[in-house]
Design a protein around this ligand. Structure first.
Ligand SMILES: [Cu+2]
Length: 122
């Protein structure tokens, strides 16, 4: 009985350690984006495509767009976005913008970042 208890305790300890040191690949890391970081696009309807290294939860992810003076708006994430991508669209006038993304990866961890870009005249 003593051996069983000791083995069980050891198993629990290993499980705790394994749970704490989960692989870094599990986090959603930005792979590519349209517009690109510091990129330039022409005024009109912009198709945003933000791609990650892992599956993300579209319902618990968020896109916030801010323009020059700081006016912020939330962009609706296209429900048909690929599993590792968030897509959205917006009609934008020329200016300096920043797209803030926040995504929930399948491992339950949230990552966020900013994509500054410029919209120019036609
Ligand atoms: Cu993680």
């Amino acid at each position: 009985m003593k051996i069983v208890v000791s083995a069980l305790r050891q198993f629990i300890q290993i499980a705790i350690i394994a749970g704490w040191s989960h692989p870094a690949e599990a986090h959603a890391i930005l792979i590519s984006s349209t517009p690109s970081i510091q990129g330039t696009v022409v005024t009109g309807t912009i198709a945003f495509k933000i791609k990650y290294n892992s599956r993300i939860d579209h319902h618990r992810s968020r896109l916030t767009l801010s323009v020059d003076a700081g006016a912020k708006s939330t962009l609706a994430i296209n429900p048909g976005s690929p599993v590792d991508e968030i897509d959205a669209s917006a009609t934008l006038r020329p200016g300096h913008y920043s797209l803030r993304w926040q995504v929930l990866a399948v491992d339950g961890h949230i990552t966020r970042g900013d994509i500054p870009f410029t919209v120019t005249e036609k």
